[in-house]
Every structure is written in C-alpha cells, then in structure tokens.
Write a protein that binds this ligand. Sequence first.
Ligand SMILES: [Zn+2]
Length: 394
Amino acid sequence: MGKILDYDEMNEILDNFDSKIIRKEKPIGYTYFGLPIDHYVYGHGKYHVIITGGTHSSELISNVFVLRFMEKLCTREINIDDNLYTVHFIPIVNPEGTVIVTSAIRSLIPRDISEEEEQTYFLTYYRNCYIEGDYANRYGDHGYKLQQMMFRHAMPDILDDRYKLLKEYLKKLFKENDLPTGCMINWSSNGRGVDLNSNIECGEFADRVESGEEIHASLHLNNIKRNKLGPLGCPYFNEKGEIEKENEALFNFYNEIKTKYDLIGSFIYHSCGNIVYYLGGAEEENPWVSLTKKDEEENYNVAKVYADKIGYKLDGLEIYTTMDSKLKSLFPVTLLIELGGVRATPLSQFIDINLDGSDGNFKWVYSKIIESNTLAIMETLPIMVKVYERNRNI
Ligand SMILES: [Zn+2]
C-alpha cells in the first residue's frame, strides 16, 4: 500500500475510527453537488479547537495529515487530555475538489502499488513540474505541461457515476473555458471551479477579475487562467461577493463554536512552504476587525511555539484577499500552516526517501510533515489555552 489516499479510502478510514474516541457528527454542510462536509469530534473538554484540511484539494497532504493525526489519537499513539479539550476535525473541507484530484491520481497510480514504486511517480511528477517551472521562467512557455501530460487521460469522464452531476458540469466547463488537458491533477477549486480561499466578499483580486483582466497562474501552472472558473484561483461563480456553500458552512461552523463554547484557536492546513501564517500587523486596514498590538503579539506568541518546534518560518503580514484571512481575523488565534518545503502539489509532499546529497528540504518529506506537525499541535494547544485565559481576564 502506498501513501496516497483517494477520497473513498479516506472516508473508509474515517468511518472505521473507534467511535468511543472520535465521533462523527452531522456534516457542517453540503456542497453544491450534494457531497457532505464531514465533521468529527474528539474529547469533551472546555477548550474547543478546530483543525481543517484540504481547502485546496490539490494540497492532498493536508487532508492526509489531518486524517493521520486523528488516527494517532484513536490508536493512543498520542494523547490529548479529552477532559480538557474538544477537538473538531473537518478533514475534507472541499470534498468535490478532493474527488476530482484523487480520481485523476487514480487514473495513473493504482491503490495496490508498492511504496517504492509509488515513490517513483512522485519523483517523476516533482521533476516534471520543476522542468516546466524552469521553462516558464526561461522562455515564458505557456504551452503543454509535462506534469499535466502525465495525467492527460484524467478528464471529467473518468469520474465515477456516483458524481454524475459534477461529471456532466465539468465536461461542460472544460469545453466552455478551454481548460488544459490533464489539469484535473491541479484541481484546487471546488467542483464549480471556484477557489474557496479566494472566495470572499472583498479583495483586490476579485476586483481585477470583475474588471475582466486575464490573470495566469505562475510557473508550471501558467497555462491555467485564474480569472475563469477552473482548477485554481477563480474567486467567484457568477458575481463578486457570491459565497460558495463550503465557505458558508465553514464560517457558520466557526461562529457556532465560538458562540457556544470557549474556542481557543484553530489550525488550517495547506501545502506547501514550511510556513506558519498568523494574523499580525499589516499596512492595509483589516476589513473585518481591528486588532490591538497586544492581540497581534499574542497571535505571534502562539504561532512561534508551533513554528519553533519544527523549524518552520513565521509570517504575520496579511493581505486581506482570502477566506483564511477572514477566519484568522474573526476567530481567536487561527494559524494557517503550509506543510512541507517542496512545491508541486498534489504528489511531491508524499516523497519519503533519503536522496544522497540532496538538500535537507527534500529528505523524508512525508514522514517529517506527519511527525513534526503532530508534535507541533501538541505543543501549541497549552499555549492557546494560556493566551485565551489571559485575554479573558482583562
Ligand atoms: Zn492552499
């Protein structure tokens, strides 16, 4: 068995967790094409925490990390005091995108593959992305992309008939928006082709799209347009301010937990970059909240514990053009963590070998991501409690 998990495999693992340790609640909402956004809970303590993965479905490592973390709790490999904490998990924030990207993966990489053989696909994919990034830089090349060509038979008709409506819609979208062959492997958006992180009511990026500007993604993805519904970057479906169902569900969920309980913080997982983003000071005015210097400092204090534990960089500067910046603004100490130092999602963060002579970022990528971020969460929870209590007593 390899390390990649497709949508069905993830759900099978999630459904088989010991329900005395992690219980499945009712979904926080449903996507446009009717897939549930599932919610799981560990513990019954006073302090509530939210952990999410897979906003961008091509960042598959973030789903797998959250799931493996939940599994460690179930097998008691790690222990969080369940009398003190209640941990909410949304391991698949963007189920439609996850169906699309993992169906593309399975069109080439079978489930029953040896770990070693699976690794060769990851390396090939990684190298192809880098070649294309280099060609984009050197020649301004916007043509075929080797990494998409690897997945050129992964077109919408490969989707299972359980997702019939999504499949029909995608066929139409590929045609109408002239989406590049093989780009399902790069799918970050939801099934409608809206990028959930870009999908907020304000922001300079949405203005640029509204004005009709043509905006290309960068490097090995530069044949994808961000101003059109498609694999990545597009901020809205019909008109600026139209919020997708996944974001509406997530925002309502955060609000509900904050209103009913003591929400002490949250962890939002993306990939990649080995960075912890927190809400610090920014030159622009925050459209949702005005943080005091003290709030910024506290956010920094928490983020620093996480980042120091595993050697990730810290970044507190904010441009308010993303859904995650809204969550960071409105809810206490929300950290956005970019897993892994290698780019080229969705496959490169699963590389797990020790290439002699390669730079440190490239060694045991997968194992380091899973193990170090597990430790970092454990280390960060107590400081989230401390900060929460400190601010409450003011
Ligand atoms: Zn992302």
